[in-house]
Design a protein around this ligand. Structure first.
Ligand code: CAA
Length: 405
């Protein structure tokens, strides 16, 4: 499949991510078949897309299109055959349940043209395992978008064990056609880059709450104070506590039990408090974005500790050859979460102190995944700027090669 031949895209699942992906594709000129299992989900998605397009139109960001033209490119459907029979690419965005995704994959394979590519927007789960369901495993890839899809620039492009180079290139070209920044993930590891790097800081946050060292408001206020667009607890609510739990429990199963979702989160979920989508979670969202008392900060928690455990996890990914350029990790974090500084600036500080601090946090909290890895002692400081430069150069060379053919 070549990007120049692609006109029709299908998106399976019209929830938080699916509706955003459909909007993005339609904004960039693709016809989009948006499939879900109930009319009410499709109607809700279309309303959300209209609201978002209204914002973009007010800001003059619709270029030559108007709202109706973009909406007209989105064809809602409840039927797999209609959604898929004319598509060159499908993006699966159904809930994070492996058995559900596997059954969807079988439908996709059955109804799509033979040459079509299957992308999954899974946040954490194995692309290889999903691809093993079907024959066209070389045409299966991870395309992990970030919430809100319209605003977040990064898309992780994840290679499964069987994914072909052609499929990788196609997915990267597609991401560029959406005016996004593709970040290749060369190995199919749980959580890929961004969610994997963020995961140990969630474990640390949970320990801080469990040990009653600080409150969620205090920690979020600390983060807002250092310029983050959202504190970590507000972000958990924003993404959905159910989504968070799926990820944490998947990591616990695949990497280390220490990642497991804590009781206080499970209790909120059992009470039906999933965050923004249900109006209540850690915070009250019933009147819009929750009010964080920015004066209620704490000195008992050093925000840098939360980044430090991320640096250690990032070092594991670099050592394991998961990224093309080490700086891709900061590039992904900056463009997926709005953390403009990234995390590797911490390595500019006294390295011995950082290593000792990680050992201290591991001991204090009784959590081994925080223990610094040997590689952290010797690794050079990754540069997002260099990674971006290398990526742009590679892209230019590919474009030149194409033009010379
Ligand atoms: N469509 C179009 N425009 C939108 C929009 C939408 N759906 N939503 C918001 N906007 C616009 C607003 O109109 C506003 O524009 P102006 O600045 O011109 O007024 C701008 O975006 C910012 O929005 P808000 O003022 O409402 O709120 P904000 O400044 O707090 O930004 C945010 C909101 C962009 C979400 C910001 O808080 C942020 O970057 N948060 C972090 C999000 C993040 O980390 N995402 C990754 C989550 S992890 C994930 O997704 C992975 C996974 O697997 C689940």
């Amino acid at each position: 499949m070549k990007i120049t031949d692609l006109n029709n895209v299908a998106v399976i699942g019209a929830g938080d991510m699916g509706h955003g992906i459909a909007e993005l594709c339609a904004l960039n000129g693709y016809n989009v078949y948006l499939k879900d299992i109930g009319q009410k989900f499709l109607d809700r998605a279309k309303n959300r897309i209209r609201e978002s397009l209204n914002i973009l139109a007010r800001k003059g960001k619709l270029k030559d299109d108007n709202i109706e033209t973009v909406l007209g490119r989105i064809i809602p459907t409840l039927d797999y055959k209609q959604a898929l029979e004319n598509c060159g690419l499908v993006i699966e965005a159904v809930p994070e349940i492996m058995s559900l995704k596997k059954s969807v994959f079988i439908e996709l394979d059955f109804n799509l043209p033979k040459s079509a590519v299957i992308a999954t927007n899974t946040s954490n789960m194995s692309i290889t395992e999903l691809a093993s369901q079907i024959k066209r495993s070389s045409q299966v890839i991870g395309m992990h978008f970030f919430n809100p899809v319209i605003l977040m620039k990064a898309i992780e492009i994840i290679r499964g064990n069987d994914t072909s180079n052609e499929t990788m290139k196609f997915a990267e070209d597609f991401a560029y056609s959406l005016h996004k920044l593709p970040i290749p993930v060369l190995k199919d590891v749980p959580g890929f880059i961004v969610n994997r790097v963020l995961a140990p800081s969630s474990v640390l946050l949970n320990k801080i709450i469990e040990k009653k060292i600080a409150t969620s408001n205090q920690i979020d206020a600390n983060f807002r104070k250092i310029g983050q667009p959202m504190g970590p607890f507000e972000l958990m609510d924003y993404v959905g506590l159910d989504i968070y739990k799926h990820g944490a429990d998947y990591f616990a199963q695949k990497i280390d039990p220490e990642f497991k979702s804590p009781k206080w989160v499970n209790d909120l979920i059992n009470e039906g408090k999933l965050g923004k989508k249900t109006d209540y979670g850690i915070y009250d969202w019933s009147s819009g974005r929750p009010t964080i008392n920015l004066e209620d900060t704490t000195e008992k928690v050093d925000s840098k500790d939360l980044l430090l455990v991320q640096v250690n996890e990032a070092a594991k990914l670099i050592e394991n050859g998961v990224v093309e350029y080490p700086g891709d990790i900061d590039l992904a974090i900056q463009n997926a979460t709005g953390n403009v500084s990234g995390i590797f600036w911490l390595l500019k500080n006294d390295r011995e102190y950082l290593i000792n601090r990680l050992n201290f946090i591991a001991d204090e909290m009784g959590v081994e995944i925080f223990r610094p890895i040997e590689f952290l002692k010797e690794m050079t400081i990754p540069s997002a700027r260099k990674a971006l430069k290398a990526r742009k150069k590679k892209r230019k060379e590919q474009e030149n090669q194409k033009n010379n053919k």
